[in-house]
Design a protein around this ligand. Structure first.
Ligand SMILES: Nc1ncnc2c1ncn2[C@@H]1O[C@H](COP(=O)(O)OP(=O)(O)O)[C@@H](O)[C@H]1O
Ligand SMILES: [Mg+2]
Length: 269
């Protein structure tokens, strides 16, 4: 049996001052270089699972391993982009994007390679349509631009592990679809093991090899769908029957989760 790069074995997380756990018995395995998406109603614990994988929270039950060890052990090898931009306001966009390289290389190593890193960061910013904004400050940019800058920062050090928490939420539909293609091509080039949290089922089917559907809180995995569509996937392809069928099937599971929940409500008083 092959062991995944990310392994969750019946992982449960109960936050310190909460009565009920955020997620219960989460078992999932992501092979090295694989790409999975987590979908489900809000509050079902998707971000909590990302936090477990990032090592920002520790499972209160079960086991979580990343690269065979404790999550968060290899700090530099992780790229993270969250829904809310976490850019530092006193640094330019370029200096924000360079931050992971500073962390990975250390001060001396970073100074020695600063020119090369700068070029790399400027090229990536240009690829994400932010070439002209490198020397601006985060607070001078729209939410969508900040999200794209966060994505640059998540990718710049070519991490082995990429954790994306609704990274495209603040973007208009067209920009979002452009970025699906971009993230897919970067993924195909470098194959970071990727976990994407999203509300958008088309986005999940476009980007992931496997989609996990979560029930409402406390979150459990209620369905796992392997997406057997050729790559590279395209926006045009999202309108083809095979693609639409996946989206509808996932939608059916989400509807089921929400209905089951509504049925339970009277019993809870
Ligand atoms: N730091 C925290 N402390 C206590 N409860 C939390 C914390 N973060 C999230 N929760 C709770 O855990 C549950 C799952 O939240 P979250 O993982 O953010 O869900 P999702 O990302 O699917 O919307 C929610 O009930 C939320 O209120
Ligand atoms: Mg969330």
């Amino acid at each position: 049996m092959s062991v995944g790069f990310i392994e969750l074995d019946q992982a449960t997380l109960r936050y310190p001052r909460s009565e009920t756990p955020a997620v219960v018995d989460i078992s999932l395995s992501v092979p090295s270089g694989g790409s999975v998406a987590l979908v489900g109603p809000s509050g079902c614990g998707k971000s909590s699972v990302l936090r477990l994988i990032a090592g920002l929270e520790t499972a209160t039950g079960g086991r979580v391993t990343v690269g065979g060890g404790a999550p968060g052990a290899a700090r530099g090898a992780v790229g993270v982009a969250f829904q809310k931009s976490t850019m530092l306001d006193w640094r330019t966009v370029l200096d924000n994007v360079l931050l992971p390289l500073e962390v990975v290389s250390g001060p001396t190593g970073f100074r020695a390679r600063r020119a090369e890193y700068r070029e790399r960061a400027l090229a990536l910013l240009a690829r994400l349509g932010l070439g002209e904004y490198a020397h601006r400050y985060p607070w001078e940019m729209s939410g969508g631009m900040q999200q794209r800058a966060s994505l640059c920062r998540a990718l710049i050090h070519e991490p082995d592990l990429l954790l994306l928490d609704e990274p495209f939420a603040a973007l208009d539909a067209f920009t979002r679809e452009d970025l699906w293609g971009l993230v897919q091509s970067i993924w195909q080039e470098r194959r970071p093991t990727t976990v994407l949290v999203t509300h958008d089922l088309r986005e999940a089917v476009y980007l992931a090899d496997t989609v996990y559907v979560f029930s409402k809180g406390p979150g459990r995995i209620v369905h796992r769908e392997a997406i057997d569509l050729p790559r590279p996937r395209t926006v045009e392809g999202t309108f083809e029957p095979a693609f639409v069928e996946y989206v509808q099937r996932l939608r059916g599971h989400i509807v089921e989760v929400r209905e089951t929940d509504a049925d339970k409500e009277p019993a809870h008083g």
